[in-house]
Design a protein around this ligand. Sequence first.
Ligand code: AMP
Length: 451
Amino acid sequence: MIEKLAETMLRFKENTAYICKNEELSFGELYNRARDFAEKLKNDDFSPVAVIGGRNADTMAAILGCVFAKRAYVPIDISLPEERKNRIISLSKAGTVIDCSKEKPAFEKTENRAQTREENKTAYIIFTSGSTGEPKGVPISYKNLDNFIEWITLLEPLDKFEHANVLNQAAFSFDLSTAAIYYALFCGHAIVQIENKNDFAGIIDTIKQNKPEVMVATPTFIKLCLLDKCFCQKDFSFIKCIYFCGETLQKSLCKAIFERFSDIRIINAYGPTEATSAVCAIEITKEMCEQEEILPVGKISSAAAEIFIENKEIVLKGKSVFAGYLGKDDDFSKGYPTGDLGCIENGRLYCFGRLDSQIKYKGYRIELLEIENNICAVKGVENCAVIAKRNEHGEVRMIKAFYSGKAEEEEIRAVLLQELPEYMIPKTIKKLENLPVSTNGKTDRKELEKL
Ligand code: AMP
């Protein structure tokens, strides 16, 4: 994979590889910058490298530098609270931290590095929300990534584009970005990076200026784009394909897209971080939006992993599936149970929702138990429950927390701001005398949903 990456980057060296705000790098320039990073990393051991960065060319080059130096990269978004950044660095046992948020990337060695003398097999470690109250590390091997790259570069209709511009909406710390980055890099396309996901006008401007033919996005992101009445084929005729992944793609959204872009091609891809971004996909047609009750999330025949259903749960096995969580003794040799409810019908995979309290909110993966555990750890909190309020389509609209005890809301909020990313902080944190209890003695979450 590493040799092929270098070879592809050099083959396309004159073409644009990366565009973000006012920065534009050719494949040759990105390659050289990545090699500079690799050079600085190569005399260390094989321990992971934490790359703290935003959405910019240095962060991209640092990540590729780790790949060239054969050291696992741990992407950490600059917007995370310091405590969480440090926790991830410590959990990953990164031996080097590259801070790309500065004008000139800063290198720092750490004390708590993994003792890895033998050659490293992990390409990256992405941290997701963990139900125990701590972020959990998902190591993805070169073998996993290689398999994913082969799958995505051959996926129809993505395989039809040449020197296209590919929009990457996600931060490098989310595995959706893996799809955009590696698809683009291995096909000689340019990555168009959204710089700030909260700047609506900036997003539309970036799209208008850089004319991506392919957009890699969550449904939440495209819904945002559709708020602009001009976001339609007439003004954005260059958009030919949207690759969706990461959360439920509603029929209503596809219909709205087809109304604005009659010739567009829509792909719905499915997979968790644990199975390298996505394991299957299917093109969504106008007919499907009329005929299907819910939209399928993939075709079994062209999947990147073995997919089967066990007790109504989607289980994944094969080359794209990780070996186990960082620091845990997992055994997923019989398959990784995703926690997603699903079924297979006529060779298509359908996904209905979760078996646990993991949610998707604004496209982010969140364990409600992680929030709950963090609130319970605040001094003066006796009991706590965190719930997700959904709309009539089942989409999460708000996270709410309820607790009992002496602590004040402000104290809890202050602690959460230090520990959790902003999107995980509940909109309301309400004190109750006692949390309602159901007949089986557990906290009555249904009752809380009415409050
Ligand atoms: P992440 O690890 O952030 O990619 O999140 C993985 C989870 O997102 C899966 O286990 C599913 O619950 C959900 N997910 C991913 N893709 C889809 C999709 N196309 N439709 C419905 N849910 C999805």
